[in-house]
Design a protein around this ligand. Structure first.
Ligand code: XMP
Length: 509
C-alpha cells in the first residue's frame, strides 16, 4: 500500500485515484500521523501531497520528521517536495516569478521517476515558492524555464520531489511518472482489484461482526445497494435490510427493489409499506423544509420500529464513501470519525447503541460502481442517478396529494424513458420532472383546456456542488414534451429549466 500525506492540496483525492488506477491500494492520512503509526501501516511508499501553505511560514503543516528514517521511498509533490527539502537541510523561499499553468519540462535523464519519458514534455505548475538550495545527497533531474529545481532525487534513499503536479491530466506523462514511482521505485505489485477488495472486506466484516446482527437502510440507490450486497456476501442472513416505501418514489421503484434484493439476491429484506403515514402527515404542507422534516422523522420512526423487532442487532451499516471520510477531516487536525446522516438514520446508532459498519468507506464512487458490477448488480442500478431522500415530495411545488404524485410519476417515467433511449441518462447528473402549482390555458382538439404545467430539469455536474443545465437536443426536448402532453392527462404545458447552480439549486425545493 501507498500512504498519501494530505497537506491540503485540492488535488489530493486525484493522487489517490491515480494510484488506485494503477491497481495499488492507497490511503490518505493527515500530517498528524506519527512515524510509529506509519511504520505500523508498513506502506511500500509515501507520497507527500501539495498544499496551500508556505513551508517557511509559522504553523505550516509538517509530518513527524522520522518518516525520512524509515527506509521507505518518498515522493514529494509541490508543497510536499518543499517540506522534504526543508526538513532534510535544503532551503525554500518565495519565488520571484510565480508559476501557474503549463510549463515546458526539460528532463536531464530518462531514468528513475522519468524512466521511459522523452526529455521534453509538458507539466502543470501551481506554486509561488521555489527551492533555492537542494539538500545534500540530492540532484536536480528536471527544470522549466522559470523553475530551475522542477524535480529532484536522492536515489540512494529513494527520495523524489516534483515541483509540478503529476496527478493532473495537464501533465501528460504524469501517470507514467507515478507508475514509475509505484512499480519501479517502491516495488508495489498490482494487487488492488475489486476481487481482492471483496475478499479482504468479507474477512474484515466477518471478524468485526462475529455472530451479531446488522441492519441497513436500503434506499435503492447505488451506495446502499452495493453495501447491502457486499455485507450479504460476508454475513448472509445476519444482515437485515430495511426498505421504507414512503410513497414518494418513482414509478415501479419500490417493487424493483423488492424483486431484486428479496427474490434475486435472497437478501433478508424487511419491506415496510408506510405510504399512508407519510401522505397523512404531509397533507396540506407546502413549505419545503417542513416537508423534509416530516419525511425525515417518519422515516426514522418506521425504521426504528422495525429495527427494534429484530433480535441480536448490534450494528448499523451505512454506504459512506471515501470522499466523505476525507472531507470530514482537516489537513491540520487529526482524523475524526464520520457518521453520515444520509437516509436520515444519523441519530440511530447512538440511540439504539449500535456500532457502525461502513464497508465502502475506502472506495471512490467509480470504484463502488465497479464493485457493484463484480457483485452482480445490473448496469441500470449501477448507473442510477441520485434521487433525494424526500423523493417526489420536493418535486411537487405545493402540498403533496396522491393525485399529484400519480401525475408526476407518469411524467417522470416518460422523461426517463426518452432520456435513456437517446443515450443521455449516464451523461447527466440528474434528469427529472417538477410539477408546478400553476395552471395554463391550452387547446386540445377543439377544446379549451386549463391544466397543469410541468418543468423538466436536466443537469450536468461532478459532485452536485455546482451544476449546469444540460444542452439537450431540441428534437429530444420536443419529443419529451409531445409525449408528456399527449399521454399524461392533466398536463398541457411543458417548460425546460435553463438555470444553473449557483445561483439556482438542482432541486426546485
Ligand atoms: P440541490 O437542490 O441542493 O441538490 O442543488 C443537490 C443534490 O442533493 C440532492 N438533494 C437531497 N438529497 N435529501 C437528500 O437525500 C434532501 O433533502 C435533498 N435535497 C436535495 C439533490 O437531488 C441533488 O442531487
Amino acid at each position: 500500500m501507498i500512504l498519501i500525506i494530505d497537506f491540503g492540496s485540492q488535488y489530493n483525492q486525484l493522487i489517490a485515484r491515480r494510484v488506485r488506477e494503477g491497481h495499488v491500494y492507497c490511503q490518505i492520512e493527515t500530517p498528524s500521523i506519527s512515524a510509529a503509526q506509519i511504520k505500523a501501516l508498513s506502506p511500500e511508499g509515501i507520497i507527500l501531497s501539495g498544499g496551500p501553505a508556505s513551508i517557511y511560514q509559522k504553523g505550516s503543516p509538517r509530518v513527524a520528521p522520522g518518516i525520512f528514517d524509515l527506509g521507505i521511498p518518498v515522493l514529494g509533490i509541490c508543497y510536499g517536495m518543499q517540506y522534504m527539502v526543508d526538513t532534510l537541510g535544503g532551503k525554500v523561499s518565495r519565488a520571484q516569478k510565480r508559476e501557474y499553468g503549463f510549463a515546458k519540462l526539460r528532463i536531464k535523464e530518462a531514468a528513475g521517476i522519468f524512466d521511459g519519458i522523452e526529455k521534453e514534455t509538458r507539466c502543470w505548475m501551481s506554486h509561488g515558492d521555489h527551492i533555492q538550495r537542494i539538500p545534500r545527497g540530492f540532484r536536480i533531474t528536471a527544470s522549466t524555464p522559470n523553475t530551475r529545481v522542477a524535480a529532484i532525487e536522492n536515489t540512494k534513499k529513494s527520495f523524489y520531489g516534483l515541483q509540478f503536479h503529476p496527478e493532473v491530466a495537464h501533465t501528460p506523462k504524469g501517470k507514467r511518472m507515478l507508475k514509475n514511482f509505484l512499480l519501479k521505485i517502491c516495488g508495489c505489485g498490482k494487487s488492488w482489484t475489486m476481487k481482492s477488495f471483496i475478499r479482504h472486506s468479507v474477512n474484515e466484516t466477518k471478524s468485526l461482526v462475529g455472530d451479531k446482527g446488522v441492519i441497513l437502510g436500503l434506499s435503492g440507490g447505488v451506495d446502499s445497494s452495493v453495501a447491502a450486497l457486499l455485507l450479504h456476501r460476508a454475513i448472509g442472513k445476519q444482515l437485515t435490510c430495511i426498505f421504507v416505501d414512503n410513497g414518494l418514489l418513482r414509478q415501479g421503484e419500490a417493487e424493483q427493489v423488492k424483486r431484486l434484493f428479496k427474490k434475486h439476491f435472497k437478501v433478508n429484506l424487511k419491506f415496510i409499506s408506510a405510504k399512508k403515514v407519510f401522505l397523512d402527515r404531509l397533507r396540506g404542507v407546502g413549505d419545503p423544509e417542513k416537508k423534509r422534516k416530516i419525511i425525515g422523522h417518519a422515516f426514522i420512526e418506521a425504521f426504528e420500529r422495525e429495527a427494534r423487532k429484530l433480535q441480536g442487532v448490534k450494528f448499523l451499516a451505512q454506504g459512506t464513501l471515501y470522499p466523505d471520510v476525507i472531507e470530514s477531516r482537516s489537513a491540520f487536525g487529526g482524523p475524526s470519525a464520520v457518521i453520515k446522516s444520509h437516509h436520515n438514520v444519523g441519530g440511530l446508532p447512538r440511540k439504539m447503541k449500535l456500532k457502525l459498519v461502513e464497508p465502502l468507506k475506502h472506495l471512490f464512487k467509480d470504484e463502488v460502481r465497479l464493485l457493484g458490477k463484480e457483485l452482480g448488480l445490473s448496469e441500470e442500478l449501477i448507473w442510477r442517478q441520485p434521487f433525494p431522500g424526500p423523493g417526489l415530495a420536493i418535486r411537487i411545488i405545493s402540498d403533496v396529494t396522491q393525485a399529484r404524485l400519480s401525475l408526476l410519476r407518469k411524467v417522470d417515467a416518460i422523461l426517463l424513458e426518452e432520456i435513456k433511449a437517446a443515450g443521455f441518462y449516464k451523461k447527466l447528473w440528474q434528469s427529472f420532472a417538477v410539477l408546478l402549482p400553476l395552471k395554463s390555458v391550452g387547446i386540445m382538439g377543439d377544446q379549451r383546456t386549463y391544466e397543469n404545467i410541468v418543468a423538466i430539469r436536466a443537469v450536468t455536474s461532478l459532485d452536485a456542488m455546482t451544476a449546469d443545465w444540460a444542452r439537450l437536443p431540441h428534437a429530444l426536448l420536443g419529443k419529451i414534451s409531445n409525449r408528456i402532453i399527449n399521454e399524461v392527462r392533466g398536463v398541457n404545458r411543458v417548460a425546460y429549466d435553463i438555470s444553473s447552480k449557483p445561483p439556482s439549486t438542482i432541486e426546485w425545493e
